[in-house]
Structure formats: C-alpha cells, structure tokens
Design a protein around this ligand. Structure first.
Ligand SMILES: Nc1ncnc2c1ncn2[C@@H]1O[C@H](COP(=O)(O)OP(=O)(O)OP(=O)(O)O)[C@@H](O)[C@H]1O
Ligand SMILES: [Mg+2]
Length: 326
C-alpha cells in the first residue's frame, strides 16, 4: 500500500524566502493528517505542492505513490482541493459551480448533475442552490468549495484551513463531513490553526513552524511531551483533608497541591484515566465524598506554546489552567 502522501526532504524557496526547509512527512491511507502551525509556517505551500499547483525546489512529493512533478495529471485525477480562499464563481449559482467542476473532472452530464444535487443537499445548501454565489455568506462559500472538491470523488482530499471563519455550528458540520469521508475510505490532509480541530479530527499531527516540522505524533503523544495529567477534585470541608491526602498518596506522581480557600486538590498523575479509576476506588474505600472530580490533560495549546513560544488564535479557553503545579 502506498502512503496517501509522502514528502521527502522537500524545500521551497520563493526568491530569498525559504518557505519550506526540508520537510519529510507521510500519512497512511484513510487517515486524517493535520498540519498545525501559525501564519506563514508553510502549510499552504505544502498543500500546493501536493496538489501540483507548485513545484518543490528540491526533494520529492508523492501522492498515492504518484510523483507530483513527473505525473501531475495522474495526481490531479485522484485528489480534491478546498483551498484557503474559496475558489468559486460569483456569478454562477451554487449548483452550477459544483456541476461545472464535475464536468471538468470528466463526469457524464447526468452523473455530474446527480452528484451535484447530492452534495448540495449534504452540505446544507439546498435552499440557496439556485442563487448566484455572490449572495452567499463566507461560510456558505466554504461549504460550496468543499462540495466542488468532493464532486470528483477524490481518494485524497486536501483541506486548507477548512473551518477558518466558520461559526461554531458550521465548524461542527465540517467536522461531521470529515468523519463521514473517512468512514467512506477517503484520505485527508488538512491544515489548521485551531489546536482543538487537530485534536478532534487528526490521527496524526505535524506541527510546522518557519518551514520546518518541529514535532509530529498523535495528539496524545504531543500532549504527553508536556508531562502531567492532572486530577482535580473539591473537598466538602477542610476536615477531610488528611483522608484525602492519604487517598492520593500512592497515586500522585509528585506532591499534590491543595488550595485552602477553594478546597480544591490537584494531583499530578502519570496515567490520567487509570489513575482516575484508582482514585475513585480509594475515595470510596475511605468513604470520602468529593465534588467536581475531573481529569485534565495538557491541551494542544500548551504543546504549541512549549514548542514555538507563541500562540496562534485559539478557542480552547483552558490553556492556563493547569500549569506550574505539582
Ligand atoms: N508565491 C509566493 N511568493 C513569495 N513568498 C511566498 C509565496 N507563497 C508563500 N510565500 C511565503 O512562504 C511562507 C509560507 O507561506 P504559506 O502560505 O505556506 O504559510 P501558511 O502556513 O499557509 O500561513 P497561513 O496560516 O497564513 O495561511 C511565508 O513566509 C510566505 O510569505
Ligand atoms: Mg495558508
């Protein structure tokens, strides 16, 4: 089985700008791979190389075993691309836009019509299907662009920041579609600046910064580079403290932290879910009632900050929650 995509030591220079400085990455078929990075990291450049819109300065890029430089036509037949900025024709209707792309892919007219109708329905654009696209909102354009990228039934789909600028409901809708595509056997490469999105969707993540891959792995692997999972609970009253300390003593990885004002105890642990079960058992044994028992794993925000020393915008609110304790 060839990889869905395979980049080997790819560089890309635009004059004096080194957009990519030796990127090597690959992903298995039928998986979601996320490129995560701030503005200017090189995400779009990678997508453009894999979708044959740009040639690398050096290195090789394969899509399903096909070389993007030597076999660009073959590559184009098996890929779909929804670019960072929706590529839609303002003056045609939504339906006509998708139909046109279907015909460009070489589908018979009937087949193209049928698929366009299905996609319009699935992307929740039925009510607007016969309106010119210039009357569409930003989110509707993104969905339409996604529809156009799907009409050729690609084996691998490139989604460049598919949810940037979408409202929460539309973002959920886009995630739902990604899950559906994966269940149908598609491979996906997406780029995102939303750490939460990579966490939700991706089987593997590469963190890109200044044209280099600075970390790769699953979301859990990246998080575990930050170390501690943290179990947190609240005592009902201060008298329970010694019992609580005893209950956590053999589970805590290092000393637990207790706040006398809030009665909240925070316990750094090695293996969040297993240790949580153990702790519940202990608390039961010592007949100790606690409130708000929860497990916190480091967020991808934390990972990103640790790796690059800066944040992109993000919508995970709990980034400062559990640092510097234990
Ligand atoms: N055609 C071009 N000519 C000159 N420089 C370019 C060109 N395309 C990209 N670059 C530069 O290459 C670098 C990487 O750009 P790229 O668009 O890949 O970043 P990105 O990670 O997609 O960023 P964003 O999150 O803003 O979309 C940037 O420094 C950018 O200015
Ligand atoms: Mg980009």
């Amino acid at each position: 089985m060839p990889y869905a995509f395979d980049l080997k030591n790819v560089t890309k220079h635009f004059g004096s700008v080194n957009a990519l400085n030796g990127v090597s990455l690959h992903s298995e078929e039928n998986k979601v791979f996320a490129l995560l990075g701030p503005n200017g990291a090189g995400k779009t450049t990678i997508v453009r190389i894999l979708s044959t819109l740009l040639e690398p300065s050096s290195g090789t890029a394969l899509v399903h075993g096909l070389d993007v430089q030597k076999q660009p036509k073959e590559v184009r037949k098996i890929i779909g691309l929804a670019g960072q900025y929706a590529a839609v024709d303002e003056f045609q209707t939504g339906f006509e836009n998708i139909l046109m792309v279907g015909l460009l892919y070489g589908l018979k007219r009937n087949e193209a019509r049928k698929r366009s109708e299905q996609l319009i329905e699935r992307l929740d654009l039925a009510d607007a299907a016969n309106r010119p696209v210039r009357t569409y909102s930003g989110g509707m354009r993104r969905r339409l662009d996604l529809g156009a990228s799907l009409v050729g039934q690609p084996k691998i789909l490139f989604l460049d920041e598919p949810t940037t600028g979408l409202d929460p409901a539309s973002r959920q809708g886009m995630w739902q579609i990604v899950h559906e595509l994966i269940s149908q056997g598609t491979s996906i490469l997406l780029t995102t600046q939303y750490l939460e999105e990579a966490d939700e969707l991706a089987d593997s993540i590469a963190v890109v910064n200044e044209g280099k891959v600075i970390a790769k792995g699953t979301s859990n692997q990246l998080k575990s580079r930050l170390g501690n999972d943290m179990i947190e609970f609240k005592l009902n009253n201060l008298d329970d403290l010694s019992k609580a300390k005893e209950a956590v003593s053999s589970i805590a990885k290092s000393s637990a932290d207790f706040n006398k004002d809030t009665l909240v105890m925070r316990v750094p642990v090695n293996n969040g879910s297993k240790d949580l079960m153990k702790l519940v058992e202990r608390l039961n044994q010592s007949k100790l009632d606690v409130e708000e028992l929860s497990l916190h794993r480091p967020s991808l925000d934390d990972v990103f900050l640790a790796l690059t020393g800066n944040f992109t915008h993000t919508d995970t609110p709990n980034k400062a929650n559990h640092k510097g304790v234990g």
